[in-house]
Design a protein around this ligand. Structure first.
Ligand code: ZN
Ligand code: ZN
Length: 714
């Protein structure tokens, strides 16, 4: 039988109408039973959201008594116990204490699980590349390990096996000479309420601060330089800091935002000079120009007494690059003349099959096509603020079509400024205009480059949607290009922004959705794909291999590629965790040799530290809420002077909870009557009130908010 949609809906409504009175009756009856009978009580229940079984005479009174049955032969009590017994108030709650404790235990496990995703003790690592033959290393075994004093130690302080990608920081150490590579941040996800980012805990370096001979930066992405403002000042102004012009420019910009800008020893490096920089008696570094999605990107070669380490940094391969090709010539020369004893290689896109299918130029051309196709309206392009080459291409394509370009977003404007100063970007004449000027121009002359491609609520794109942006409100003639891919985890936010734009009637063009508009690709990832890795590792022909820059599965897949495709022996590949000491021995083997302290420091969006305990409280409150009771007691006799104040936040709405509040007030009156206490801090009373109130609240709501009793004595 074929029913039309209308017929189906009519039938559905009819059957629901027929069933409704029955369902309603059933529901009412069940409520009546729960409330312990009587129409009055039924109505009370209807007005409240919580289960009310604790009334004297209610059906659960029996249960309460049962739970409170005394032990068979009570042992002799000490005075403290007797006193506590005297102060006890009959709570008349129905939920057993065991239920509540179970709830609290589960809650605390959940909160801990959520709040410790980034915390590192000795992590579980039974990978066959773990350096211990796939066996989990124990603290006892770690203690027994004897470091080889002749070996070079490579220690990831952050950036390997993280929950997310970031916090990159690696230490190379030889006989008390230390070289640090990168100091990155990791942006915390929504599981960490109120935490903006994490940086590596550098206790080990702080304990050895005088041994740090140099700090090198591979490139200016925040996952490599973002922790500078917190960490660099700890090293004083003598330690040389090496990087390319653009990288140092970005670091200096970051440092200039500090209240006291520290004097630092910045040394600019030109990677095309192939200079060997002797940073200490035994260690030297050489910066190698490689391609990535930011100007001034490099790999770093570290020469040590035990061999040469190629530290890949972030990289991608392009057949037709913008600017200068990766310095393959120099790399080939090093491989031929010296050989690579250890390759530390990034892992970001190891799960992406094949090779990069297109180049940055294709992206630029496609952005030009958008301007041609949507010729009468404004074109708004959203991308990562560090995509300087992309921005250069937008300027070129816009200039060729007589459009002017304005930038919006704090980091976007900052980065363009640094790029201009470091001469990392070429700008066509009279193309860049200020935001306040571009809005006066006709729409077909306007191109805006902005942040917000990840759907960040407070970024420019979202503010343009909601009308909160100072200059731009999205209109139906606008075309918005997402020249990026959502970072895993950000997809729902991106969808939200796209929906907002579409609701305004605008045209939205996203990378990866070429079939909708026939324009694309509009983004190019900054990291090599699987086959690019195969080619490059084959080219470097390393003796030993250490995957880095990735979550655990990426490291593992990178290691598998090295063993199965390249043919590096399993014993010469290690999957390390933050804090693991990797030794490159004089006979050019690698092994694990213990751990240093590794961990995280958490910061909020005002760059202020956040303690782990605070994060746990926030998670707890977000799930269960907070409940504050303020008591005013007489100094003389400990009695209540006035009705207790009760504050409930993120828990229950007090106006709807009169009975529960009444019960709590009643309890507090009884409790304070019984406690003519000599305890000046009222510590015991507070503890007991906290415990009892938690029990009452759990009984009524099934939740255990954080209960805070405050006692004033007057
Ligand atoms: Zn990068
Ligand atoms: Zn990176």
């Amino acid at each position: 039988m074929n029913l039309s949609e209308e017929q189906r809906r009519a039938r559905l409504l009819k059957s629901r109408a027929e069933r409704l009175p029955g369902i309603k009756k059933q529901f009412e009856e069940s409520q009546r039973v729960q409330a312990g009978g009587g129409v009055d009580k039924f109505e009370e229940v209807q007005n409240r959201n919580f289960n009310s079984n604790f009334k004297a005479g209610g059906k659960d009174e029996k249960l309460v008594k049962k739970a409170k049955k005394p032990a068979k032969t009570p042992a002799k009590k000490n005075t403290k116990q007797v006193e506590a017994e005297k102060r006890k108030v009959n709570l008349s709650v129905s939920a057993k204490k065991g239920d509540m404790m179970h709830h609290q235990r589960m809650l605390s496990q959940d909160v801990n699980a959520q709040a410790t995703q980034h915390i590192i003790g000795v992590p579980v690592n039974k990978s066959r590349y773990n350096g211990y033959g796939g066996e989990q290393v124990t603290n006892a075994k770690l203690k027994q390990m004897r470091p080889d004093p002749e070996s070079v130690r490579i220690i990831p302080i952050g950036g390997v096996g993280e929950f997310g990608i970031g916090k990159n920081m690696t230490l190379v150490e030889y006989k008390g000479e230390m070289l640090v590579i990168d100091m990155g941040v990791l942006f915390a996800g929504e599981d960490y309420p109120g935490v903006n980012y994490l940086i590596p805990d550098i206790k080990y370096l702080e304990d050895n601060i005088s041994k740090v001979k140099a700090i090198c930066f591979t490139h200016a992405h925040l996952d490599h330089i973002g922790a500078c403002r917190h960490l660099l000042p700890k090293f004083g102004n003598l330690v040389p800091i090496y990087g390319t012009d653009f990288t140092l420019g970005m670091i200096k910009k970051q440092m200039s935002e500090l209240e006291d800008v520290p004097e630092m020893n910045y040394i600019s490096v030109d990677p095309f000079k192939h200079e060997k920089i002797q940073v200490s008696e035994h260690l030297s570094v050489e910066f190698i120009h490689t391609l990535h999605s930011i100007p001034g990107n490099t790999a770093i070669v570290v020469r040590t007494p035990n061999g040469l380490i190629y530290f890949s940094g972030d990289w991608r391969h392009e057949e037709r690059p913008m600017g200068i090709q990766t310095d393959y010539e120099r790399i080939d020369e090093i491989v031929a003349k010296e050989g690579v004893d250890l390759m530390v290689n990034e892992s970001t896109n190891i799960d992406s099959p094949g090779r990069h299918p297109h180049s940055e130029y294709d992206v630029g051309e496609n952005l030009g096509k958008v301007m041609d196709h949507y010729v009468n309206g404004r074109v708004i392009i959203s991308c990562f603020s560090s995509q300087i080459s992309r921005i250069e291409l937008v300027l070129k394509e816009a200039a060729a079509r007589g459009r002017k370009v304005a930038f919006s977003g704090f980091s976007m404007i900052n980065n363009v400024e640094v790029a201009l100063r470091a001469k990392a970007i070429k700008v066509p004449k009279d193309t860049i205009v200020k935001m306040e000027d571009i809005i006066k121009m006709p729409d077909e002359k306007v191109c805006i480059v902005c942040t917000g491609s990840q759907g960040e609520l407070n970024a420019v794109l979202n503010r343009m949607v909601t009308g909160a942006h100072k200059y731009i409100k999205i209109k139906s003639t606008d075309t918005i290009v997402f020249s990026s891919n959502p970072i895993p985890g950000n997809e729902p936010h991106v969808v939200n922004t796209v929906d907002g734009l579409l609701r305004e009637g605008a045209q939205v063009i996203q990378n990866g959705k070429t079939h909708l508009t026939n324009i694309g690709p509009l983004h190019l990832s900054g990291h090599a794909y699987y086959e690019d890795h195969v080619d490059f590792v084959t080219r470097l022909h390393p003796t030993n291999y250490l995957p880095y820059h990735g979550e655990f599965y990426m490291l593992e897949h990178n290691a598998e590629m090295a063993e199965n495709v390249i043919g590096i022996e399993r014993s010469r590949i290690l999957v390390a965790d933050d804090g693991d000491i990797v030794e490159l021995t004089p006979d050019k083997k690698i092994r694990k040799a213990g751990r240093i302290h590794a961990g995280n420091k958490l910061f909020d969006d005002a760059d202020q530290p956040v303690h782990e305990a605070v994060v746990k409280d926030r998670i707890h409150i977000s799930r269960e809420g907070i409940f504050v009771i303020v008591l005013t007691l007489s100094k003389k006799n400990g009695r209540l002077m006035k009705t207790p104040d009760i504050v409930s936040r993120a828990f229950i709405y007090l106006d709807n909870s009169e009975e529960l509040i009444g019960k709590i007030r009643h309890y507090l009156r009884q409790k304070t009557d019984k406690s003519v206490s000599t305890d000046p801090e009222m510590k015991v009373l507070k503890e007991e009130i906290k415990e009892d109130i938690t029990h009452i609240l759990f009984d009524a709501t099934g939740h255990t908010p954080i209960v805070i009793p405050v006692i004033n004595k007057v």
